[in-house]
Design a protein around this ligand. Structure first.
Ligand SMILES: Cc1ncc(COP(=O)(O)O)c(C=O)c1O
Length: 388
């Protein structure tokens, strides 16, 4: 599997989670789309792009169990998140309910919006070790009459926990509260059924675990919530007479979501069009079985390191996927990450949450048991007691 990727062979790559990795064959499809675009940019972008994007989205929609019309491509999860956060008509005193385990850039987006609108970002502390039921109860205990939106990750960044988003979305809907789910790490990682999750808004990256080229994510918006969403970059789709203007309709598409969000000015849409190839790559290699093997390997590594360090896992096996945050003894995290890379050639992030330090491993189809053993060996050496 490793030779199907372009990854540097001299490195033990245990960080698929940060930016993914694109297989050679998928990259070739991407480059082919770019070449097609450059053969006649006017024909490609001006006349064909909306229908090409719809075709690509329909394959993604089927993969995610969503309607094609409820999805739009964006370049990354951050921009999808911003699109929603900055669209909602929050007013002074309104509350955004979130947790202390959200991705920093997304926290920033909410803080920015809250400051502008006089709204309040309420952050619930997630107890560790993680317990799903306790999580849901504590989150909803923080709901007030002013809670307008609940904004949580599906898989958290620094702690790699799977949050029970379906339960949260269902309960929030019953209370008339909107839900925004940050699923940056989910497509291609967990089995994702967007209809079943039932969020109002869900952002997901295709360039991480689905192995699409960099610069492709999606925003899902439930049909009833679509009128609430506006583009951060207002473009041609906002023309009042759009339906009578054939040229503009051909680049923006026809649904409300397409008109508002699809055409964001001239840009390279080749990565968006490559998503079906990435899905096909996964399907042809039995991704579900690969994922199960990787999850087991991640969990075994977690247990081995827990035995080595004496630090208990922060969750049970069902609360994590192929990514696992393994607590390590307190030290300088940045130095530890550097040393693992410089001395042992292991690319793995070191994260921190609430006074705990973690090595966050991502186990992907190209990783081997020997590579995880190398990590355990390196950490044993680094944290070995100094000789008396
Ligand atoms: C939980 C989470 N949300 C959002 C993002 C942002 O993704 P992107 O950089 O593709 O916008 C990340 C990136 O790692 C993440 O871990």
């Amino acid at each position: 599997m490793r030779d199907q990727f372009l990854l540097d062979e001299s490195i033990v790559f245990l960080n698929h989670g940060s930016f993914g990795a694109c297989p050679r064959s998928v990259l070739a499809v991407y480059q082919d789309w770019q070449r097609q675009l450059e053969r006649n940019p006017v024909e490609f972008l001006g006349r064909r792009s909306a229908s090409l994007l719809t075709q690509s989205r329909s394959v993604l929609a089927e993969f995610l169990n969503a309607r094609t019309d409820d999805l739009v491509y964006l370049t990354n999860a951050t921009s999808g998140f911003n699109t929603v956060a900055r669209s909602l008509n929050l007013t002074a005193g309104d509350e955004i309910l979130s947790t202390d385990m959200e991705y920093g850039a997304c926290d920033n987006a909410w803080r920015f919006v809250a400051e502008q609108r006089g709204a309040k970002l309420v952050s619930v502390t997630v107890a560790l070790p993680f317990d799903e039921e306790q999580f849901v109860e504590e989150l909803f205990r923080a709901v007030t009459t002013r809670t307008r939106v609940i904004s949580i990750s599906h898989i958290t960044s620094s702690t790699a926990l799977i949050f029970p988003v379906t339960k949260v979305c269902r309960r929030a809907r019953a209370m008339g509260i909107l839900t925004l789910v940050d699923g940056a790490h989910v497509p291609g990682h967990l089995e994702l059924d967007l209809e079943a999750v039932g969020a109002d808004f869900y952002v997901g990256n295709c360039h991480k675990w689905l192995c699409a080229p960099k610069g492709v994510a999606f925003l899902y918006v439930r049909e009833q919530s679509q009128p609430l969403v506006h583009a951060t970059v207002v473009s041609w789709g906002y023309s009042a007479s759009i339906t009578q203007h054939a040229d503009i309709a051909s680049i923006t598409g026809t649904t409300l979501l397409e008109r508002r969000l699809q055409w964001q000015g001239t840009r390279d849409i080749a990565a968006f069009l490559t998503v079906p190839a990435a899905i096909e790559f996964a399907r042809a290699r039995d991704w579900r079985a690969q994922g199960a093997r990787c999850h087991e390997l991640a969990w075994e590594t977690g247990l081995q390191l827990a035995a080595q360090t004496g630090l208990a896992p922060i969750c049970v096996a069902r609360d994590c996927g192929q990514m696992l945050a393994i607590q390590v003894p307190e030290t300088d995290g940045a130095l530890l990450q550097r040393r693992l890379y410089d001395q042992f050639r292991i690319e793995v992030p070191v994260t921190r949450h609430a006074e705990r330090l973690f090595v966050r491993i991502s186990v992907f189809a190209y990783n081997t048991r020997a590579e995880l053993a190398a990590l355990c060996g390196a950490l044993a050496q680094i944290f070995a007691p100094a000789p008396a």
